[in-house]
Design a protein around this ligand. Sequence first.
Ligand code: ATP
Ligand code: MG
Length: 363
Amino acid sequence: MKKIILTGDRPTGKLHIGHFVGSLKRRVELQNSGEFDKVFIMIADAQALTDNVDNPEKVRQNIIEVALDYLACGIDPTKSTIFIQSQIAELCELSFYYMNLVTVARLQRNPTVKTEIQMRNFESSIPVGFFTYPISQAADITAFKATTVPVGEDQKPMLEQTNEIVRRFNHIYGETLVEPQILLPDNAACLRLPGTDGKAKMSKSLGNCIYLSETADELQKKIKSMYTDPDHLRVQDPGKIEGNTVFTYLDAFCRNEHFERYLNEYPNLDELKAHYQRGGLGDMKVKKFLGAIMEEELGPIRERRKEFEKDIPAIYEMLKKGCDTARAAAADTLADVRRAMKINYFEDAELIAEQAKRFNLGE
Ligand code: ATP
Ligand code: MG
């Protein structure tokens, strides 16, 4: 069986460091590993419209932002197909058929959707499109016969839902669809990176993000005002590591070599944490260290982005080609699906011949 990757992001804003550690960095590694036959990366504009129905301009403007972030991080259009969800009509058709395989009760149990409904104050008026987006996501994944889906932890319920749909479809209509596997980050801090406010997952919709394209100044400003341990008031006080966002980001980004470069009085992160917990280590010193690490990581991304920004029409051309490639792949799967579901009337010569016989027998 071919090894195929499908993953993507909603064009609701620029991409942030949560996307980077949760999925984007891994995608680039997998793309360059040469182990995959195909890599599809989708800008999920139709999904973004399910909770931004009255703000189409936001979605429209952010397509290019997401595409630039991809290219800046090292997604290479000669190795990966970058495409826009709404341009692949086959995905809607597939979702429509999958809707028959899922109950309302099952959708209501999805914990990620539950949290997102609360976040968006949708409790009393959930748009049907938003409520059913896990089904549409199953269509996105299966249309490309994806075997591997590198995503953050919030996507786990979507992958479970997808696999249930695949099993049910194959059970009813015969082996047609492929069950995908989720690929979560290895590093626990990267599963669901918290926002700079320390409250929830870093998320474009919550405004608690450090964006990949942040200027050097903005980046340092955001790090300086980050949430730490609210009880750590004086330098000499013992501090808490758990729930301290600065240390979570260090868990996500820091390697031993960073100490050699930027803070050589400590050999590693464990020693830094121990000092903070004992007392005598100030927040500012830790934040400065994090700032240096983040600049080392994001500086080259920012610079590459500036290069790609010089030729925007070329990026739209690349996206258009990506859509054509993606549409052809999805159309192949749809042909299989229609055959399996017995709605391929006009290509089924046997059906027509057999019915002609049946009707003519009575003459
Ligand atoms: P929105 O607020 O519009 O939902 P988002 O910031 O949650 O935006 P998505 O486009 O929904 O971003 O997510 C794209 C991918 O990035 C998914 O694979 C998701 O798991 C991953 N991801 C998003 N936020 C984080 C995070 N804070 N930590 C780890 N992974 C994340
Ligand atoms: Mg999201």
